[in-house]
Structure formats: structure tokens, C-alpha cells
Design a protein. Structure first.
Length: 483
């Protein structure tokens, strides 16, 4: 209900017919929990302008508010009283009347926000018991059944529970009664689940006048990153993931996440990535009345090993290290094309050629190290091994002539065979082998040959099946091409 409904004498829990009888102009809307949860999450995300740790209330807390951990952040606003006064004023500007309370525990703050006479209250440390004593038993965030039972037994306020022995309550009531009481009195920790992962390093700038253009956002983000670089250098770490938060005047928040291939402290590189990301997501095209605050956070940091820079300045990213320049290229492509569009090969622990590598999107984790193969491998491996007709002097000998894709090749030289057996420990194999669509089993043993024709073209062929043991007529396939 809103304030007008409460002024008309309506109460939560009464029937709709009784409510219509009390208020002739009653307006009723169907409940939409999903939309309410989404709106509460957006509001909680906006509240991270005060502190990085913001947690929306779940159903156990009423699902109509949020917690803010303002430890270490209140002094930025001139104290706790001025912080909640500013928060209350901005919520009023959004047409959201609110009740705010500051306490050492989430349970005490929740109770004061709901049941304290004043809409804004700040509880000094160590006074939780005295502040909670006159409040009704519902201030402990108990289930309706537990609250009803306590009232029937004569426990109507929190103070009537404080001095009573705990054993009878533990035996008769659910564990939530003593747990909620201990949480409110700071006897038991109540960790909050933040709406976003807490940043490792964080920098937030409040603006006197809102900004609108992408150029202004980039310039401010550059200054924020410059501030973070000093802290990163002090701790010998670099940023692997960044989050840019743009707080709009109307209460909405635009969040831009940036992942990096290697840890970096390069101001130019981060600024360029932010610029590319803003162009891709068009975050500044619908700025409304502008952005009143901009925050930049390092959500993941990793150590940076010391290295000797080159004596001559290199063009591009400020050093001549090839891995750094390659990482900068990958980061740029990911921002332009999307994270899933840039892929790289990674090794797989398998000696079957088509399974020895995969090509996933470039992730934030470093790639696995490649080990040099014991045998020569072709530069190009065909997506599917293609059948070929082979002529050999003896059944188990190397090919002398083969016909592939309608062209006959005379073999001038050959090397092999290299025998590769199937991986028996992988039975059953979930994906079909690429040799033949109709064959759903593990393939037989393969004998690979590296052959070269009269014109110098080199091919990678294999014979499938062992004569007399696995097959009576072996099949041949072309599996790869050498440069």
C-alpha cells in the first residue's frame, strides 16, 4: 500500500471487498514479483554510488529494501547522518519514500528502519539491546508463525526475550529465533551478499555538473585509471578485469565490464578499451539528464613480473614486448567484435590428432602451455578426414600413388608409419569421430604417413585398421596438409 491507502484506514491482510468499502476510489494493481525484484536490483545497483557493498533484501527480509555496508565510506559524505540524509533526499527525488537507519548490525538496522518512530536514525555502537527492547517482536525478522506463537505466550516486544533463559526457546522454537536475536545483537555474524562482486580497487568521482558526451566520460575514466595506477604500482599488480559504472541523474546505472588478456597498468591501453566498449554498447547515447557520478573498479588483479623496458621507445603500447603487444591486439579485437568472436587454440591432453586441440573463445585466464610434439604435425588439419584411393606395393607398406578429390598424385617420398591407437579409456565417446558420420564407435588403429608428391606437395595420410586383426581391407584417408 502507498501512503494514501494507509491514510484511508486500509490494512495489509484484509479482503479486497472490505478495502473497496473503505475507499471508494481504490486502485488495485496485480502483483508482479519479478518486476519488483528487477526494480529493487536496479535501485541497489544505483546505491553503489555510496559504497561498493550493496545487498538487496530477499523474501526473508521483506524484499522491499537493501543493505549498505558504509564502513570506511561515511566520512566521504561528512558522516553517517549526512550520508543517509543525502540518500533519503535522492530517493525522495525518485518518488520513493524511504526509512533509513544506521547500526553496527544488519539486523538492528533493519529493525530500526521498519519500527523506529523517526524515518532517519543512527544508532551509536553498543546500544543495540537498548534500542531493540521497546520494538515489537516482528523487529527480529521472524516468520509469521514464530511471531504469532510468541505473542500468544505473552512475548510482544524484543525486550521481553532478552533476559529469558535460552534453553526453553531452543527446545520449543525453530533455530531462527535465537539466530535472529544473536545477529541483531552482534553475537553472530550476518554476512551480506553484494549485488556485484566487491572490487579489489575502486575509485569513484562525484560531479558538480552532470556530463553527457562519450568524450567527457572517457576523459574522466582516464583520470580515474590514473588514480588507480598508483595503487597498482604500489602493490606490484595489474588489472585483469575492470568495471566502469555510470550513475545517471534519474537513478539508472550503466555498467561496462572489460576483461584483459594480460594484467596491465597501461593508461593508454585501458582508456582505448573503454572507448571501444562504449562505442559497442552505446552506453552514452541514452544518458537522460546526464551522469552525476562515474566509478572505475578493478574487479580482478594479478601480479606483474618486473621486466626491463627497451632503450628505444616503441610505437604502440610503450614497450617492445611481443606478448604485451599481442595481448593489446586481442583486447582491442574483443571490444570491437565481442568476447565470443576472438578465439585461440589451446592444447588438449590427447594423442588423437583431431582431439589434441580446441578453439574456445579467449578467456580471462591465461592459455595452457603447449608442449612440442614428438612427431611432425601438418600445418593444416582438415575438419574431417577425407577418404582417398591408395595404391601400395604391399598391404602394410607406404602409399605409392593416391587419388584425392579427383586428382591422382604420384608419391616421390614417404615417411612413416606413426601408429596411433584409439583411446580405450574414453569409452564411450560422447561426440562422434570425424571419420564417418555413420560410424559412431571409436575408430580402429591408425598408421600415419607423411608423403610428398613429384611437385613437392606434402600430405598427411593414414591407413585405418590393422590387417588380419581389425580389418580385412584397410581404408585410407587424407587428414592434413603441410606448407
Amino acid at each position: 500500500m502507498n501512503e494514501a491507502a494507509e491514510a484511508a484506514g486500509l490494512a495489509v491482510g484484509e479482503s479486497l471487498a472490505d478495502a473497496r468499502a473503505k475507499a471508494g476510489m481504490l486502485q488495485v494493481r496485480p502483483v508482479d514479483p519479478a518486476a519488483d525484484d528487477a526494480a529493487l536490483r536496479r535501485l541497489t545497483l544505483w546505491a553503489t554510488r555510496y559504497t561498493p557493498t550493496a545487498s538487496p533484501w530477499g523474501e526473508e527480509n521483506g524484499a522491499d529494501g537493501f543493505f549498505l555496508d558504509i564502513e570506511g565510506a561515511a566520512h566521504l559524505f561528512g558522516g553517517e547522518e549526512r550520508l543517509i540524509a543525502d540518500l533519503h533526499s535522492r530517493l525522495r527525488h525518485f518518488d520513493l519514500p524511504a526509512r533509513l537507519a544506521v547500526a553496527d548490525t544488519p539486523g538492528a538496522a533493519w529493525a530500526l528502519a521498519r519500527f523506529h518512530p523517526a524515518p532517519l536514525s543512527v544508532l551509536p555502537p553498543g546500544e543495540e539491546a537498548a534500542a531493540l527492547a521497546p520494538l515489537p517482536i516482528e523487529a527480529l525478522r521472524l516468520s509469521p508463525e514464530t511471531s504469532t506463537t510468541l505473542r500468544r505466550l505473552g512475548f510482544k516486544s524484543v525486550g521481553t526475550l532478552l533476559d529469558k533463559p535460552r534453553a526453553p526457546f531452543a527446545a520449543r522454537f525453530p533455530a531462527e529465533l535465537l539466530r535472529r536475536l544473536d545477529q541483531a545483537l552482534d553475537r553472530l555474524d550476518e554476512p551480506l551478499v553484494p549485488i556485484v562482486a566487491p572490487p579489489v580497487y575502486h575509485c569513484l568521482r562525484y560531479l558538480i555538473e552532470p556530463i553527457l558526451t562519450q568524450e567527457a566520460v572517457i576523459a574522466l575514466a582516464r583520470r580515474l585509471m590514473q588514480t588507480l595506477v598508483h595503487v597498482l604500482v604500489r602493490d606490484d599488480v595489474g588489472a585483469r578485469a575492470l568495471r566502469l559504472c555510470l550513475y545517471r541523474v534519474d537513478g539508472a546505472v550503466e555498467t561496462v565490464d572489460i576483461g584483459l588478456t594480460l594484467p596491465t597498468r597501461s593508461l593508454a591501453h585501458v582508456t582505448r578499451l573503454i572507448d571501444l566498449k562504449l562505442e559497442a554498447v552505446a552506453a552514452t547515447q541514452d544518458a537522460g539528464f546526464g551522469f552525476e557520478a562515474v566509478g572505475l573498479a578493478v574487479t580482478r588483479a594479478e601480479p606483474i613480473t618486473a621486466r626491463q623496458p627497451e632503450l628505444t621507445a616503441s610505437s604502440g603500447w610503450g614497450d617492445g614486448d611481443r606478448s604485451q603487444r599481442c595481448a593489446a591486439l586481442i583486447d582491442t579485437l574483443r571490444q570491437r567484435l565481442g568476447p565470443a568472436s576472438v578465439r585461440r587454440f589451446e592444447p588438449v591432453a590427447s594423442h588423437i590428432p583431431e582431439r589434441a586441440e580446441m578453439c574456445p573463445p579467449v578467456a580471462d585466464a591465461p592459455p595452457a602451455s603447449w608442449s612440442a610434439p614428438e612427431q611432425t604435425r601438418p600445418l593444416l588439419l582438415l575438419p574431417h578426414a577425407e577418404p582417398t584411393e591408395v595404391t601400395a606395393l604391399i598391404p602394410e607398406g607406404p602409399p605409392r600413388r593416391f587419388c584425392w578429390r579427383g586428382v591422382t598424385y604420384e608419391v616421390a617420398a614417404s615417411q612413416g608409419p606413426e601408429r596411433i591407437a584409439n583411446e580405450w579409456w574414453r569409452q564411450p565417446q560422447p561426440e562422434p569421430p570425424p571419420l564417418a558420420a555413420e560410424d559412431k564407435k571409436e575408430g580402429p588403429t591408425r598408421d600415419y604417413f607423411l608423403v610428398e608428391d613429384a611437385d613437392g606437395r606434402r600430405f598427411w595420410l593414414f591407413r585405418e585398421g590393422l590387417y588380419g586383426r581389425e580389418t580385412a581391407a584397410a581404408r585410407w584417408f587424407v587428414h592434413g596438409l603441410f606448407a
